[in-house]
Design a protein around this ligand. Sequence first.
Ligand SMILES: Cc1ncc(COP(=O)(O)O)c(C=O)c1O
Length: 388
Amino acid sequence: MTNFDKINVKHENKFIRHDPNMLNSVYGTTNVEPYWVADMDFEVATPIRDELLRLAQRAHFAYEFNSQDVLKAIVDWYQRRHDLVLKQENLVQVPGVLTGVAMLIRELTKPGDGVLIQTPVYHQFKKVIGSAGREVLRSPLQVIDGHYRMDFDDLEQQFSSGKVKVMLLCNPHNPVGRVWTQDELAQLLKLARAYQVFIISDEIHSDIIFAGHSFHSMAGFTGENFASLIGSPSKTFGMQSISNGYIYSANQDLLAKTKASLDSMYLGHSNVLSNYATIAAYTQGEIWLDEFLQYLENSINWIQDFLQQELPQVRLYPVEGTYQIWLDFSNTDLPAEQVKQLLVDARMALTPGAWFESGNELMFRMNIASPLAQIQEAFKRLQQKLSA
Ligand SMILES: Cc1ncc(COP(=O)(O)O)c(C=O)c1O
């Protein structure tokens, strides 16, 4: 049984999340607990660590091709975990998810073409589209009955304008925590097909799904030529700095072009540490993941109850997936700057909502992949600050 409760672990100052310079520049102090960058405080699963230790004891680091073993581990994982049969030959490896997104955007669009995102969304999306010289188009998510939804009318309007060549979907959605349903995805694909919009589905959070919800991959829609998934074990298993990623597409033309571009830049494989760690994660990490999900659910339940009873002015959106929770401070009736300062005073370094789209200044994203006792103390401090 993994101990997720270990507290006061000394983290490296070079970790972005814990880096004093970074904390100072964003929060004006180092005296905060980091709940911002989306990696975790927990130790990786023992099989991953054992595998890395085994490799570290090697005396040789010769060229080694083990991509096929990685791809097989990915295929087996999807079958076991998501009941989805992927064809190994439709997968290509990339160094990380954003690399995969950047590659596909370049394959599918020309400079100046429009790439649509559903805001608020993971802030690097704008950067990856903009730095490719493509135009960022936005379809804001709607909040209906306290739930974030896709705005299908707006999507249809924008798709039909002919300006949108590609849509970059976040599935599940960071930061709002939605796990898109089969019906929502089918409706989206219907529109995409009708208007020839290609969907790139970033599925990096696909394994962090809570009870009552199920993940549906874009790759699960049979014969689908208008979508492609990009995934990675890095969020699931806390392997951010030994990242690995993969693109899956049933579109043979796109697949061939992507493979050729990757090969031309010698990017179509990862390093041996990432590869063996990925294989260990996908073949032996399942027990750890189930325990991790249980731990997170318990933390979410505690946070929900605490907010309901002690801090009803802070609203938590339903957490269907991801270890990011999305908190709304509008009912505190405080200006955004003051909320930000109160959070810092409570020593909580949360990600400002405006990073994900302006207009979300009273929203904050909290990464809850930390020991619950630490999170509990943080919320208690916040309660004191908010009621002072
Ligand atoms: C939706 C999403 N995509 C991609 C990434 C980054 O992926 P990578 O580090 O593999 O490029 C993140 C990290 O937070 C993310 O939330």
